[in-house]
Write a protein that binds this ligand. Structure first.
Ligand SMILES: Cc1[nH+]cc(COP(=O)(O)O)c(/C=N/[C@@H](CC(=O)O)C(=O)O)c1O
Length: 408
């Protein structure tokens, strides 16, 4: 029989624990700045209009059924996903250098990539993965679960509240040759700080010199700048520079398909004559890993995204919806910064508008985060990250006053 007391109590997940605490709070003024999920100006989840249209199209299809998808998922979805992140005219696609599988959203893609690397990447030599410090909390446990050792590279400068570029590049340069470097493609979580294109070129050069292996985690394409190509620039640049790399692609935020778990994993091999057979072998091994874990991925979210991605009019409507979301977040950044400056809240607040994407790294200490929660029923993660979409025209002043109160 199973000796249950060998199972220790695990700590509560910081993010989902915060969500639960927010739901329990009955104060009408409560503000949810925790989970990285978009909210409209009434603090409500937003079903993208284009997603509603795609849903109606699917429901009107008399042949729609609930059969298994292939292990690699819906081909129309994975093909469209390649084009979205790599660019429709990507040489990697033309030369058939990309193995793609539909995954359980971004988390599933990060996991599948980590599992594959754990099994096949430099198994007979020292290998270490590097995450930005700070990074998305789940990165650590996903890599730990597949027994890949990891370290971190400096990323956020508390002084400038911007990128610690020197620290990042030096650590990547000093890392053992062939290390796995996990990079946020755009809209860095939790800091909202992205390298400039010039800085990306520097980072790329150092990684080439050290023969490092890039693993791009792309959960916010279109969400950062509102421009899909711009947000994919770093990924496409690295591929143009000839890297072999992994990409985890999430449709949770940019399609609002959080709970439908729509995502894609891509392995891009470097240009070589036998690239096509290499990709076939890699795809076959990825399929075995996928089959043993989820067998095949969920159909609904991929069908919604695929319907939109493969239709010119719907794609254009989706881009308009992306601009609505990213635009509203940028408005909230401006509103919050100007309110804090108007209040004369101690400190500088330009980082609120300098940062990009879903999150802002406010600089509030853990004590201040706990105080603003008990004082004002404002919920944010202990590292001081706020999900900007939780702000709206009805609560941004209230939040600014709450910050002012704990900062003074
Ligand atoms: C960088 C990054 N990568 C992957 C994911 C996974 O998303 P998925 O739903 O599996 O496609 C998230 C989600 N981040 C938000 C939610 C979460 O923690 O799961 C967040 O940081 O709030 C990321 O921020």
């Amino acid at each position: 029989s199973f000796n249950a007391d060998v199972v220790p109590q695990a700590p509560e997940d910081p993010l989902f624990g915060l969500m639960a605490a927010f739901r329990r709070d009955e104060d009408p003024k409560k503000v949810d700045l925790g989970i990285g999920a978009y909210r409209d100006d009434n603090a409500k989840p937003w079903v993208l209009p284009v997603v509603k249209k795609a849903d109606e199209i699917l429901r009107s299809d008399p042949n729609l059924n609930h059969e298994y998808l292939p292990i690699a998922g819906l081909a129309d979805f994975t093909t469209a996903s390649q084009k979205l992140i790599l660019g429709a005219d990507s040489p990697a696609i033309k030369e058939k250098r990309v193995a793609s599988l539909q995954t359980i959203s971004g988390t599933g893609a990060v996991h599948l990539g980590a599992l594959f690397l754990a099994k096949f990447y430099r198994t007979n030599s020292q290998r270490t993965a590097y995450f930005s410090d700070p990074t998305w909390v789940n990165h650590f446990q996903i890599f730990k679960n597949v027994h890949l050792d990891y370290l971190t590279y400096p990323y956020f400068s508390a002084k400038t509240r911007g990128l610690d570029f020197e620290g990042m590049v030096n650590t990547i340069r000093n890392a053992a040759e062939g290390s796995i470097i996990v990079l946020h493609a755009c809209a860095h979580n939790p800091t909202g700080v992205d390298p400039t294109q010039e800085q990306w070129k520097e980072i790329c050069k150092v990684m080439q010199e050290k023969k490092h292996f890039p693993f791009f985690d792309c959960a916010y394409q279109g969400f950062a700048s509102g421009d899909l190509a711009k947000d994919a620039w770093a990924v496409r640049y690295f591929i143009d520079q000839g890297f072999e790399l992994c990409i985890a692609q999430s449709y949770a935020k940019n399609f609002g398909l959080y709970g439908e778990r729509a995502g894609c994993f891509h392995f891009v091999t470097s240009a070589a004559s036998d690239a096509e057979t290499t990709v076939t072998r890699i795809a076959s091994q990825l399929a075995i890993l996928q089959r043993s874990e989820i067998s095949n991925p969920p159909a609904y979210g991929a069908r919604i995204a695929s319907t939109v991605l493969n239709n010119k009019e719907l794609f254009a409507e989706w881009e308009a919806d992306l601009r609505t979301m990213s635009g509203r977040i940028i408005e909230m950044r401006k509103a919050l910064r100007s309110k804090l400056e108007e209040l004369g809240t101690p400190g500088t607040w330009n980082h609120i508008t300098d940062q990009i994407g879903m999150f802002s790294y406010t600089g509030l200490s853990e004590a201040q985060v706990l105080k603003i929660r008990s004082d004002s029923h404002v919920y944010m993660t202990k590292n001081g990250r706020i999900s900007m979409a939780g702000l709206n025209t009805h609560n941004v002043d209230y939040f600014a006053h709450a910050v002012d109160k704990v900062v003074r």
